[in-house]
Design a protein around this ligand. Structure first.
Ligand code: F6P
Length: 319
């Protein structure tokens, strides 16, 4: 394979730039030409390509966001959009493609694979909602950002003896809430995978106060409801003062953590190694600490399993 393309798509995630660097440098190592496609599938449809050289990716390993920019492209869901995307690839002689993004982006990659374009997906999303990989790129950094915010909230909540309801992202997946809740010592997490019981939540808050606690943190995943709405419901049934905070897009930005940089380096390199061997239609990931690859159709059809043991751990150790 002599010329490959690369795009980032969907919500950005810390570590995407490090993955771009890895793909570009690995491609150049194998003697390939690498073209960056700007603004995800929108740029593929509109023929927005830029040739990437060794120095195009200097000084970006530490940067949040994506140098290639990104978009959520509804046109890629249509036959017409898909034909335009294929035409761009053909016109520019792109023989293989690397797509960095989440499940929506992988669906686009699957379509291109089905049209015969060797495509490799790199899981880049803070949500950690892809079943086939233990971790997605950006999740670790996003969780660390949430932990940092929750630590600060704990200070003021303790001073005022309040309850804070903190909303984190994750779409339909509760992993950001689960991991940031455990790691910040939150007493309660509310996730889409488990139905919540307000009486039990209030009972837990009361028993913690009876045991000498001066504040409580409830981490709620956006897929359940907003922090503002949940705080209102909780305030109606508790004697303690409740305040909502939505962390929002802060958790999508920032310099990637060591874990995300390591994943980015390995995912990017693996993706290019596969293309170099003429292998397409795969996604790369990590399982049991090993970098893996899997058929793209199989990967997108897998259902993510929630980690109930971790949830129980929080119940047992945070009170
Ligand atoms: O998929 C990443 C994500 O940050 C989700 O957690 C969130 O629901 C969504 O994107 C927000 O999208 P946007 O930035 O388009 O508002």
């Amino acid at each position: 394979m002599k010329r490959i393309g690369l795009l980032t798509s969907g919500g950005d995630a810390p570590g995407m730039n490090a993955a771009i660097r890895s793909v570009v440098r690995s491609g150049l190592y194998f003697g390939m030409e690498v073209y960056g496609i700007e603004r995800g599938y929108a740029g593929l449809i509109d023929n927005n390509l830029v040739k990437m050289e060794m120095r195009s990716v200097s000084n970006i390993v530490q940067c949040g966001g994506t140098k290639l920019r990104t978009a959520r492209c509804l046109e890629m869901l249509t036959k017409e959009g898909q034909q335009k995307a294929l035409a761009t690839l053909e016109k520019n002689g792109i023989e293989g493609l690397v797509v960095i993004g989440g499940d929506g982006s992988f669906r686009g990659a699957k379509v291109l694979s089905e049209y015969g374009v060797p495509t490799i997906g790199i899981p880049g999303t803070i949500d950690n909602d892809l079943a086939y990989t233990d971790y997605t790129l950006g999740f670790d950094t996003a969780v660390n950002t949430c932990i940092d915010v929750i630590n600060k909230l704990r200070d003021t909540m303790t001073s005022h003896e309040r309850v804070c309801v903190v909303e984190v992202m994750g779409r339909h997946c509760g992993d950001i809430a689960l991991y940031s809740g455990i790691a910040s010592g939150a007493e309660i997490i509310v996730v889409p995978e488990i139905e919540f019981n307000m009486d039990e939540i209030v009972a837990k808050i009361r028993s913690s106060r009876a045991n000498g606690k001066h504040s409580n943190i409830v981490v709620i995943a956006e897929g359940v409801m907003s922090a503002a709405k949940f705080a209102e419901q909780l305030q109606a049934v508790t004697e303690y003062s409740v305040r909502p905070t939505c962390i929002g897009h802060v958790q999508r930005g920032g310099s990637p953590s060591m874990s995300d940089r390591m994943l980015a380096a390995q995912f990017g390199n693996k993706a290019v190694r596969l293309l170099n061997e003429g292998i397409g239609n795969r996604v790369v990931g990590i399982h049991d600490n090993h970098i893996i690859d899997m058929d793209i159709i199989e990967a997108v059809s897998m259902k993510k399993a929630f980690n109930y043991e971790l949830y129980e751990t929080l119940q047992m150790i945070s009170m």
